[in-house]
Design a protein around this ligand. Structure first.
Ligand SMILES: [Zn+2]
Length: 371
């Protein structure tokens, strides 16, 4: 902060009026805001991790706890993951990896700098896409901020009123609207049609999740190559479950994961937010969760404490009798997960889920870019 103030003070020699002082203040404030962004990641590094045995995988779980490692993408055997490590733990963490023989390499040597560069690229791309598309289409060469996604949802609903309905079920903790689209050739009135529900963005920092949902919208109504998908099914598409958190990843902290509620714990004012994906009622607060609001996996004060998860619950309840498929998009790793996550047992329809999952994985794999 100090350096920004200093630069402007020494460069501006003559201040002629109160108006100029105002301008100067605005400049200083802007410069401060820019410099402050990503400041908390000063000195952080990210690493690729490539465990090669199941023993190493379980050792990693312990090391993650011990060194407060933030897992961006979970490693599995034969596929590297990516983790963030604070400056004070980089030495001991890599030493521990060496000791147990887990392969690793640096992903970003200077996380703050990498984020600053990302920001510059996003700003540049934003300008280009605006010129190219004139705001009518959602660009897929860049991550979009919440208002752009929302404008797109409103546009699609206005442009295709016969099939698309925009629903605003609630507002978030911080008062942002939540939106989802219902897409149907029969206005959701044909009870014999199965419903497919896809949501994204419950974890704020998983930026590739919302565009995977908006892309489904695009393929259902704007660029239809498989019309039977819309003929045979009714669709519910909720691209951003956690708008407060998503906005916060753009404005403040790139790696924010939770909601932004401050009413769940006496410490919530210091450590806001609940992990939405730990806030559902099934086996609530049992495995892979925490009672500590300062962790990224805080389950909340009670199941469905968050309005954002209540919206998902209510959609599922409303259409449960004819829901054929519910998908929730994350980017925690190249995985397709199906229940049960809390104890690893198989659900009654596990065989069907596994078969569908393998088919999905094969299609994704066939489209994936070479390394
Ligand atoms: Zn996630």
């Amino acid at each position: 902060f100090l350096s920004a103030v200093t630069v402007y003070n020494i460069n501006i020699v003559v201040i002629e009026s109160a108006f100029d002082i105002m301008k100067l203040l605005v400049l200083v404030l802007l410069a401060t805001a820019v410099l402050a962004k990503h400041e908390i990641y000063q000195g952080w590094k990210s690493y690729y991790l490539g465990p090669s045995t199941t023993v190493q995988l379980s050792t990693l779980a312990t090391l993650f706890d011990q060194y407060e490692v933030d897992v961006l993408s979970h490693p599995v055997l034969q596929r590297e993951g990516v983790v963030l490590v604070k400056p004070e733990f980089q030495g001991p963490f890599t030493k521990a990896l060496d000791t147990v023989g887990i392969n690793y390499r640096v992903h970003a040597d200077d996380v703050k700098k990498a984020l600053d560069i990302d920001d510059e690229n996003i700003a540049k791309k934003k300008q280009q896409s605006r010129t190219r598309n004139n705001g009518a289409q959602l660009p897929y060469d860049n991550y979009q901020e919440l208002d752009v996604i929302y404008e797109y949802l409103r546009n699609v609903a206005a442009k295709y009123p016969d099939t698309v309905t925009l629903v605003q079920p609630a507002s978030t903790f911080e008062g942002r609207p939540m939106y989802y689209l219902k897409i149907s050739t029969t206005n959701f009135e044909d009870e014999s049609k199965p419903v497919i529900f896809i949501d994204g963005g419950i974890h704020a920092r998983e930026w590739i999740s919302p565009p995977s949902v908006t892309w489904a919208i695009h393929k259902l109504v704007e660029d239809v190559t498989e019309p039977d998908l819309l003929e045979r099914f009714d669709w519910i598409l909720l691209p951003v479950v956690n708008p407060d958190g998503y906005s916060f990843t753009f404005s403040h902290s790139r790696f924010w994961r939770k909601t932004r509620s401050t009413d769940q714990h006496s410490l919530s004012y210091l450590c806001p937010g609940v992990d939405g994906n730990r806030n559902y009622d099934f086996a609530w607060n049992t495995v892979g969760t925490s009672n500590n609001p300062c962790t990224d996996i805080f389950a909340g004060g009670s199941p469905f404490s968050e309005v954002e998860t209540r919206v998902v619950r209510d959609i599922l309840q409303e259409y449960l009798h004819r829901t054929a498929l519910y998908l929730t998009m994350h980017s925690y790793g190249s995985m397709i997960l199906y229940p049960w996550g809390h104890d690893g047992s198989l659900s009654h329809n596990a065989f069907g889920l596994h078969t569908v999952g393998v088919a999905m994985a094969e299609v994704i794999d066939s489209k994936s870019l070479p390394n």
